[in-house]
Structures are given as C-alpha cells and as structure tokens.
Design a protein. Structure first.
Length: 234
C-alpha cells in the first residue's frame, strides 16, 4: 500500500466509532462479515484504529530438552531467535494495527516489553486470538490491546513462528494485510480494504446523524455538550 492510500484511510477512520463502522458494512450488505467474536475483548476501555499488519504463530511441534536451571535461559534465547522470532515488529509502520493469529493457544506471546516496542514503532493497537501477559503494565502503558484470553506463560515449548503479511483468521474473521481495523469497548471489526473508503463514508454519515440526535437529548436534559455530540442543533 502506498503512503497516499495509507494516509487517506487513516484520516477517514480517525473519528469513527466501531458501531458506525459496523453499520457502514451493513449498508453494503456485509452483514456477516467483519465482526470478531465477542470472546475477543479489550484489556481496558479504549479505542484504536489502524491498518492491519498480520502474523501467524502455530502450536509448537518438537521436543523440549531436559535442562538444568543454569542452562535454561540460554535455551530460551535460542528459542526466541530460531523458533519463535518476531520479524514483523521491525516492519511496523505508523498507523498499523497488529493482528496476531496465534492459533488460540493460551500463551503470552505479547507482553509489556514487546507491546511497548510496538507502540514506540507506531502501532495503534494489537489484537490476538490467543493470550497476552503483563497486562497490568500494558494497561499502565496505555497500549490498546484486544485478546482472546489473559495468559501467564512465555512462548518456549508452546508456540512457533509461521508467517507474516498473510491472510489470517482471528475471532472468526479473515483479516488481510491492508484491511482496516476499528476496535473499542464494543469489540473489534475488520473492513476489507477494497471497500474501506466507501464504508467510512457511510459510517461518518451515520455518526453525524447520531451526534445531532443525541445533542437534542442533551439540550432537553440540560447537560453540557461534550465531544460525542454535535456542536449545535438546527
């Protein structure tokens, strides 16, 4: 995807709520496309959007060697280098949304350190169908993260890297590199790249209708307007 297209997509989705994006998909009869399973939940209430950067990990198939404690951490380093690397992290571009298919395995592939580097390199958010750990620190560091579970374990003997920048399946949804991801307290929705701008247009129109109607209710209640409602009513 060229930089002009990335910029246009990110600008189109920067203010859209997930619910309106869902409605935008419905406008084009994509009723059964895009919404990840409710099992994919945010670690904390937040909102994020971005362009899908995908990767896939598989359950480990191999023999775990019998090691003494003083040998263990040398093996762990070799495992991360040779069996379970994170090559996609160095490819992150500003505005990416990291989509990790880790085969639903209960393991903390991502934690507070790896998540923080994703943020440093420009990732807007992350989602996985597996687990994430160090969640207290991830929340403190304000890293938007949606996952199928919270895990305690490291990856050695549990996962192995398979591929990156390929179609993956997370939360029952196919995600292709370059698709748009919007996530908030309502979950995660995926918009195919080829209709992303059209969906954004319809979602924006629905969002503005909602803001106008709710502003009228705010006025009736005597509430001070906030940034979720229209600036004024006609």
């Amino acid at each position: 995807m060229d930089e002009a297209t990335r910029k246009e997509l990110l600008e189109a989705y920067k203010d859209l709520r997930l619910a309106d994006v869902r409605d935008g998909l419905d406008t084009f009869m994509y009723h059964t496309v895009g919404s990840m399973s409710p099992d994919i939940k945010p670690l904390y209430r937040t909102r994020a959007y971005g362009i899908a950067r995908t990767c896939r990990y598989l359950p480990f198939q191999g023999v775990i060697p019998k090691l003494k404690p003083d040998e263990y951490w040398s093996w762990v380093k070799e495992y991360y280098d040779d069996i379970n690397p994170y090559p996609w992290i160095l490819e992150i571009k500003k505005g990416d949304f990291i989509v990790i298919d880790q085969s639903g395995v209960d393991v903390g592939l991502m934690g507070s350190e790896s998540g923080l580097w994703c943020k440093v390199l420009g990732a807007n958010g992350l989602v996985t169908n597996g687990g994430v750990r160090d969640t207290d620190e991830i929340i403190m560091q304000e890293i938007p993260f949606w996952s199928g579970m919270i895990s305690q374990t490291m990856v050695q003997g549990r996962l192995q890297f398979d591929a990156m920048d390929i179609p993956v399946a997370v939360g029952g949804v196919q995600v292709r590199p370059g698709d748009m991801i919007v996530a908030d307290g309502d979950g995660v929705v995926v918009v195919p790249q080829d209709i992303a701008l059209d969906v954004a247009r319809e979602a924006d129109a629905e969002h503005k209708r909602d803001m106008k109607i709710r502003r009228q209710a705010y006025d009736e209640l005597g509430w001070k307007p906030d940034n979720t409602v229209a600036e004024e009513t006609e």
